[in-house]
Design a protein around this ligand. Sequence first.
Ligand SMILES: [Zn+2]
Length: 287
Amino acid sequence: MAIFRRLRETGGRETREDEKKRTLPETTTRRDGETSSAKISAETYEKTIGHMTETFGDVMPEEQRVRIDIEREEKKPVVLSSEEYSQRFPKKDPSVLGHYDTEGRIYMREGSPEVIRHVTTHEALHLTSYNELDDTDPHRAVYRSGIREAAYENGKLTEDSNRALNEGITERYAMQELQRRGEVTSCWAVNAYPEAQRKAYELEGLVGSRTVQEAYFGGRAEQLKQEVIRLNGGDETAWDRFSRNVDVLEYSSDPEKIKQARLELTVQRAEMIAFKESERHKDDHNL
Ligand SMILES: [Zn+2]
């Protein structure tokens, strides 16, 4: 479990406030007996997990549904004042709004009801996504969360794949869920992983929403990768190039690298659209 701890600590399960974030005024009127942040978070957590298992339960492996049921009961989210949060998690950047702790519990900073709803929904999505820890090899452990895959050798992170895309997909589902519940102000209260979220949206348009759902909730990431490879005319490097470029967009601070990644992603997207078009025409002839 030590590796797991380390993974959880260094993992990307964070909702960041973007610098360009739109700060919205609190729209909830404070009045006597007003619902506390903890209660708002607990309700949001229940609603999100309930709806995700209801909607995507059919693509989840049985053991995952069991795990979700257990974690749902045992790990209710904890809301702390910003000072308390910084004291307890001094390594967290002040822009981090919430995260999973070493035991998989959700902690978040106190905020407006809209921010609390957004952060809770995002973190609850991580809980419902596919999770797997393969530590059968004593020197190498592989941890999968959604489509993210992190490999640790002797406790050191050696590979970290699909990190930004996994956050983008998480945030996309979180925003969809907030909108579905009519919590539109909450949906736009936090602008987390904007680049990756947009790429996740474009990816879904290319491969279909079912393929993304099966990868994220059902652990069938390989199927998603293979579909992207197919849309790139069988180029085996296509998925890795795509995913690494999204990491650059979201995590790099080098403007040249970001520019290059954006250009490559634009070209790759145009090629995939052209491939799909040619396929469609082929179908037309077959009719
Ligand atoms: Zn996250």
